[in-house]
Every structure is written in C-alpha cells, then in structure tokens.
Design a protein around this ligand. Structure first.
Ligand SMILES: Nc1ncnc2c1ncn2[C@@H]1O[C@H](COP(=O)(O)OP(=O)(O)OP(=O)(O)O)[C@@H](O)[C@H]1O
Length: 265
C-alpha cells in the first residue's frame, strides 16, 4: 500500500513525520511527529520559544524544514511553495493581523481568494446558487462569510475602522475564503477581551462542527481545553506529550514544562 492510500484510509488530513528545523545551532523544532485527523481540532501548546510558530511556518510553506515529511491528505507537501499549499487546502491566520486596512471589509475577503472545488464543507454551508458569474459568486461567497460572523453590515466600511476583535474575525474569514480543508489558527484569542475570545471560540467550534479540521496554536488554555479533541505539547522544539485535554492537563511532564510560566488558564 502506498503512503497516499494509507493516509487516505486512516482519515488523517495532516501527517508530520520526523520534522526538524535548525536555525544555526538552535534546534527550533526537533524530530516532531504527529497527525491531525479529518474533522479534528488539534492544539499545539508549549512554553514560549517551544517552536510552535516555526512548526506552523513549515506546514504553511513559509519556512523550509531541515528534515522530515509533511503530508496533507496523502500528498507530500514539505517542498511545495506556500501558494500551492493554499490551493491544496491549507488556510492560515496570523498572530499579527494581515488585513489591508485601507480596503473595504468585503474586498479584504474577496482579494486573491476563491473557494476551491475541494472545499465541500464551505460550498454546502453557504448553499450558493449555481450559474452565477465568477465575480458575483466570489462576492456572494465573501458576503456569506461576513454574515457568519456578523460583519455583513460593515462590508463596505474601511477594514482599518473595525475594532480589534472584528479585525480578528475578518482575518479568520480571509483564511476561510480560500476554502481550506485544514485551518492553521495562530493565537486566535490573543489580544481579545474575554467576550471576544468566547465569540471566537464559538465560531471556531461551529466551523469545526461543519467539518473543518483545525490545527490551533493558542496560549489561552480555556480555549485550548474547550475546543481541542487532542493536544500536542512541545518544549524546546521537542515532543513532551500528546493526548486528550484531560490527559494532558494532568500529565506530570506537561506540568513540569509549564512551571514558572504565566499561563492564563
Ligand atoms: N528566524 C529565526 N532565526 C533564529 N532563531 C529563530 C528563528 N525563528 C525562531 N527561532 C528560535 O527558535 C525557537 C523557537 O521559536 P518559535 O517562535 O517557533 O517558538 P514559539 O513556540 O512560537 O514561541 P512563542 O510562544 O513565544 O510565540 C526559539 O528559540 C527562537 O528564538
């Protein structure tokens, strides 16, 4: 059986195997292996400098691995350019917002993005009529995404005029506009109020219930524990533990890794 058919048969959307990245003498990520199952929310947590951003950058195609394999739905992608990974179904949000402040809210969602055929969940979810022109379809799709997060009435406003919380939601919708099968969420709760974080959590939970697979990096432990089916804990680029929220929470190695950390649990 080939690697592809094994991955397809086991229902893993992402498989990371023996992944490493060195920066000079620093091993930012060292021999990490894990899987994200189709339809799962998996969190990657670890103290500051653990290697979470480097890991995300390697999956998204921003940073090349020093060694190891990354497989998306059966296809090897570790040498593929970032834009092709987007075509293959990897969506990403950033810790530092990447929205265009001078463009309208709607244009931010539309720009450069179009739902791909593979994103069954997004098409089913939005129930767009067929036969629309491409441009019209693209705008309707963007409007439907904005409606989901209550931003439709701000569609023509300048994106820079949105509150920080709304800009984070817009950033999420921009990532969704590419029709991802796997969404990489980089600290979605960072900088949000308690209410904003709760809202973000609800939206991510809804998207996941609609079938979207999510890999989440987040310091807000309430969000991590509530949203995740499975959690990978890393420290100094290395594997520490993996398991359900309950198993990870009580794991002595995890507790030791976090001693001295100021966690907002
Ligand atoms: N471009 C780079 N050049 C040199 N060292 C780097 C580079 N990027 C990351 N590192 C180092 O790699 C290690 C892992 O960093 P990374 O940012 O991936 O951790 P993190 O878990 O995302 O941290 P945080 O939670 O603080 O965002 C750190 O020691 C960091 O200093």
């Amino acid at each position: 059986m080939s690697g592809e058919s094994i991955a397809a048969a086991t229902g893993d959307i992402l498989e990371v195997a023996g992944l490493s990245r060195n920066f000079g003498a620093i091993a930012a990520v060292a021999d990490l292996s894990f899987k994200v199952r189709e339809g799962e929310v998996k969190a990657v947590i670890g103290p500051n400098g653990a290697g979470k951003t480097t890991l995300f950058d390697m999956i998204a195609g921003v940073t090349a691995p020093s060694s190891g394999r990354i497989t998306l739905a059966g296809e090897r992608i570790e040498r593929m350019p970032a834009h092709k990974r987007v075509d293959r179904g990897i969506g990403r949000t950033f810790q530092t917002l990447q929205i265009f402040t001078e463009m309208s809210v709607l244009e931010n969602v539309v720009v450069g993005h179009y739902p791909r055929g593979h994103s069954g969940w997004v098409n089913a979810l939005l129930r767009l009529p067929s036969g629309l022109s491409e441009e019209r379809r693209e705008r309707e799709h963007a409007m439907a995404l904005l409606e989901r997060v209550g931003l439709a009435d701000r569609a023509n406003d300048r994106a820079g005029d949105l509150s920080f919380g709304d800009r984070k939601l817009l950033e999420l919708m921009r990532a969704l506009a590419t029709g991802p099968r796997l969404l990489l969420l980089d600290e979605p709760a960072a900088g949000l109020s308690h209410a904003g974080a709760e809202r973000m959590m609800e939206i991510v939970a809804e998207l996941n219930a609609d079938g979207l697979s999510v890999l989440l990096v987040e310091h807000n432990m309430r969000m991590v524990m509530n949203l995740s089916h499975d959690i990978l804990v890393i420290g100094n680029g290395r594997f520490i533990a993996e398991g359900t929220p309950d198993a990870v929470r009580t794991n002595p190695d995890v507790i030791a890794a976090y001693l001295g950390e100021d966690e907002d649990a």
